[in-house]
Write a protein that binds this ligand. Structure first.
Ligand SMILES: *[C@@H]1O[C@H](CO)[C@@H](O)[C@H](O)[C@H]1NC(C)=O
Ligand SMILES: *[C@@H]1O[C@H](CO)[C@@H](O)[C@H](O)[C@H]1NC(C)=O
Ligand SMILES: *[C@@H]1O[C@H](CO)[C@@H](O)[C@H](O)[C@H]1NC(C)=O
Ligand SMILES: *[C@@H]1O[C@H](CO)[C@@H](O)[C@H](O)[C@H]1NC(C)=O
Ligand SMILES: *[C@@H]1O[C@H](CO)[C@@H](O)[C@H](O)[C@H]1NC(C)=O
Ligand SMILES: *[C@@H]1O[C@H](CO)[C@@H](O)[C@H](O)[C@H]1NC(C)=O
Ligand SMILES: *[C@@H]1O[C@H](CO)[C@@H](O)[C@H](O)[C@H]1NC(C)=O
Ligand SMILES: *[C@@H]1O[C@H](CO)[C@@H](O)[C@H](O)[C@H]1NC(C)=O
Length: 694
């Protein structure tokens, strides 16, 4: 059998529907028209990059009432599968220059911090990246005991191939399962939890990635790709946190397929701002090692309303909605792909992400019984976006009343750190449940009713037309909201920001029967290198109002005092706890994990006081991201904040012209001692210097 028939991908060129072009940003065009152009000095030029690579197509400088602006417009940049990574920059977008100077380069920006000279994708241990799924497990917070502070539940994982077999067996039994009503304890029991990936094809293991993913991104939305090769996307918001983004990209490059990075040309408090990420990506080599997975999403914010908590939050809500919808479109999401949405400073642990991506057996926690889209070609399925006779109603906010899943997402129970890893809100239990992770559902996207509801079984409705033959049918309509001009929820559809909300109240997760992945991430709140960065952050975020109308000087003093006293950065000066991170013993091997199901299950169920296990758990709670412990010179301020405020950081000691070429291992040991936090273990430091020297 030929590949195309076997995997149900595009088997008839006449009905191939090209993924729709992203809707042109109408609003942007509109506002260009009304722009009062005082003088128009066009300086169109291409930036020649090394290896003759040209990413920025044109830069046009205009002058209007608000001052000088620069248009950033890129050329298409196709990756090896055919995804256009520049899809969101093709129309061009205006932005102010760095330091308000349209000629300035990003390195000239007064808050610019250079990348660590050793910045590159982290090589995670093979065990972590390719887990042995049959024996592996997932830890889920147990809120029944001591508010989640005790040991978690342990849930067995399995290979997706085995899960596909089990589903076939289960389906023959003609039983019903109602996940919607199950408690977390039931959901994680050691037994088969039926889940339908919707995939009926063969194992695609012998098809090359290039060929396989090229077919996936061009496939019809009602076809299901091989779940063993599902992709994982991250949709994040960026302001100007260069150091955090470096950390994020290096930690996940190996695991995440695409990063869609939202940034707007004004802050959430409404002030114009440069497009820091987009321009750095297109105009410098900072992201060259990551570029083939980076999709910039520069946007203009159009909401301007006060929801009672200020004007910032409505802007933030719409930003979240936008990055999810546009993110899914940019990556050509298909049924079963995974996506997460959070902020840049919300970092799930890499070993958890790999298990979720590569192993099966957890999906019902989010998607209930699952199931794939039905092929419109067979004519027995319909879309409620085009057939009003299906009588699908919407709730008060415009969400379709359809029961596709247990819920929109599951989340990572994360440790909330403020300023640095040595300061924590609560050292006993994670206190934020971010980011949220979701399985992309093509049925929702296409407006198909699911066959099995979590509460009931549903019959499908018969139909005659194939909407995928209609070039005007939007295959992402189900992940779109029809009115994004305001935060009043007057439209219809999917409200992306709900993927995240309702998460800060961790104690309520118990009552809501929400499965939350235990010890699975870090919230790196305000991990910023200098006081100017802090000021920049608080003045551009939704919380700014809480500082009142004080002078910059006074606010900076306030922040420094808070940092010194380990107090929360906003509002009342709540004091946080001090902790010590754990570091790996071996620089080369990193932390060593054991997620073997039996190992965990035996220790959780036995009353024996296994000291080794206790230590393992405690160490795991205080682990930190790889890039940080591997490069303590670059990230000293993240290891120990008291250090970072009073002492100089590496790029304040090393002259600018040496930033790219400096070799830390050749520095004087005195300088190294000054640059590495005293909390960093001596033995690891020795190993590091030796290692960097190789
Ligand atoms: C943001 O982008 C839009 C579209 O290019 C443009 O009309 C607007 O002037 C820009 N705003 C700022 C503050 O640069
Ligand atoms: C499955 O069960 C339903 C009742 O729950 C029954 O009506 C139906 O005939 C059964 N189907 C098969 C194939 O046994
Ligand atoms: C499950 O919960 C829903 C909503 O609370 C309720 O309507 C339904 O009766 C419950 N079903 C079962 C089988 O308990
Ligand atoms: C892939 O190729 C290997 C080696 O030729 C073969 O053993 C295996 O069965 C193939 N897998 C599938 C799903 O065809
Ligand atoms: C939709 O509602 C109409 C009017 O109440 C009814 O006649 C029709 O049968 C319903 N259609 C479906 C598919 O339930
Ligand atoms: C899922 O979320 C929706 C909206 O927040 C809520 O109404 C519903 O009860 C949730 N369902 C379950 C099973 O938790
Ligand atoms: C995101 O995850 C948290 C924690 O599990 C949960 O409370 C929240 O409802 C999730 N969001 C959605 C929409 O599922
Ligand atoms: C951190 O480690 C240092 C040195 O071992 C110790 O003195 C200090 O008490 C520890 N702090 C905490 C919060 O455990």
């Amino acid at each position: 059998m030929s590949f195309t028939q076997e995997y149900q991908l595009i088997d008839n060129p006449s009905i191939v529907k090209k993924p729709p072009q992203l809707k042109k940003q109408k609003i942007i065009k509109y506002s260009l028209l009304v722009l009062t152009i005082v003088s128009l000095g066009i300086a169109s030029f291409s930036i020649l990059k090394k290896e003759n690579e040209i990413l920025v197509e044109e830069k046009i400088i205009i002058k209007d009432n608000e001052g000088e602006k620069i248009l950033i417009k890129a050329k298409p940049r196709l990756d090896k599968y055919g995804v256009d990574l520049n899809v969101n920059v093709l129309d061009g977008i205006y932005t102010m220059g760095f330091n308000n100077d349209v000629e300035a380069k990003v390195e000239d920006w007064k808050l610019y911090t250079p990348p660590c000279p050793y910045l590159q994708p982290v090589k995670h241990a093979d065990n972590d990246i390719n887990p042995v799924c049959e024996k592996s497990s997932l830890q889920i917070a147990n809120f029944e005991k001591n508010n989640g502070k005790d040991l978690p539940y342990v849930m067995p994982l399995n290979t997706i191939s085995n899960q596909l077999e089990k589903w076939k067996e289960w389906e023959k039994k003609n039983e019903t399962i109602l996940y919607g009503n199950q408690s977390v304890k039931e959901l994680v029991e050691n037994k088969y939890h039926p889940f339908d990936y919707g995939y009926t094809g063969e194992n695609t293991e012998n098809i090359t990635d290039k060929k396989y993913y090229n077919n996936v991104i061009n496939s019809r939305m009602d076809e299901v790709p091989d779940p063993r090769r599902r992709r994982l996307f991250s949709f994040i918001l960026f302001n100007a946190e260069y150091d955090l983004l470096d950390l994020y990209l290096s930690e996940y490059y190996d695991i995440i397929d695409y990063f869609v990075i939202y940034e707007s040309n004004t802050t959430f408090s409404g002030n114009p701002k440069p497009l820091y990420f987009t321009r750095t990506l297109l105009e410098t080599d900072r992201y060259d090692k990551f570029k083939d997975k980076l999709i910039p999403l520069p946007v203009k914010i159009i909401v301007d309303e006060d929801n009672g908590r200020g004007k910032g939050f409505p802007k933030e809500h719409l930003a979240r909605r936008t990055v999810i919808e546009k993110g899914l479109r940019s990556v050509h999401a298909r049924h079963g792909d995974l996506f997460m949405h959070g902020d840049l400073d919300e970092m799930p642990k890499a070993h958890v992400l790999s298990r979720l991506k590569k192993c099966g057996g957890w999906e019902h926690l989010q998607a209930g019984i699952g199931g794939g889209p039905k092929s419109f070609k067979n004519g027995n399925v319909d879309s409620y976006f085009i057939n009003p006779n299906m009588n699908v109603t919407v709730n008060g906010k415009g969400e379709y009343n359809v029961d596709y899943s247990r819920n929109y997402s599951i989340s990572f129970l994360s440790w909330f750190h403020e300023y640095s890893f040595n300061i924590i809100q609560n050292s006993k239990v994670g206190t934020v449940a971010h980011p949220n992770l979701s399985i992309f559902d093509a049925r929702r996207s296409l407006g198909q009713l699911n066959e099995r509801k979590n509460y009931n079984k549903r019959d499908s409705v018969s139909s005659y037309s194939d909407p995928l033959l209609d070039p005007n049918f939007d295959i992402y309509q189900g992940y779109t909201y029809t009115d994004n001009t305001n935060d009043l929820k007057k439209g219809k559809g999917y409200i992306g920001e709900y993927l995240r909300f309702d998460t800060s109240k961790v104690p309520e997760l118990k009552g809501k029967k929400k499965a939350t992945i235990w010890n699975s991430g870090w919230h790196l709140s305000s991990f910023l290198p200098t006081i100017d960065q802090f000021y920049n952050k608080i003045s551009s975020y939704s919380h700014f109002q809480s500082y009142g109308k004080k002078s910059e000087e006074t606010i900076k003093k306030d922040i420094i005092n808070r940092i010194k006293n380990h107090q929360y950065i906003y509002g009342s000066k709540k004091k946080y706890n001090s902790v010590n991170s754990t570091f790996p013993l071996s620089y080369e091997n990193g932390y060593e994990y054991n997620f073997n199901y039996d190992y965990w299950n035996e220790r959780i169920t036995s009353k024996n006081n296994d000291i080794g296990f206790k230590k393992y758990i405690n160490d795991m709670k205080r682990e930190i991201p790889t890039q940080v412990w591997k490069h303590p010179i670059c990230y000293s301020f993240m290891i120990d904040r008291d250090y970072g405020i009073d002492k100089k950081l590496w790029w304040q000691v090393i002259p600018k012209e040496d930033w790219k070429t400096v070799k830390f291992e050749e520095l004087d040991s005195e300088i190294i001692d000054q640059l590495v936090s005293p909390n960093y273990p001596e033995s690891l430091k020795k190993q590091m210097l030796k290692y960097l020297n190789i």
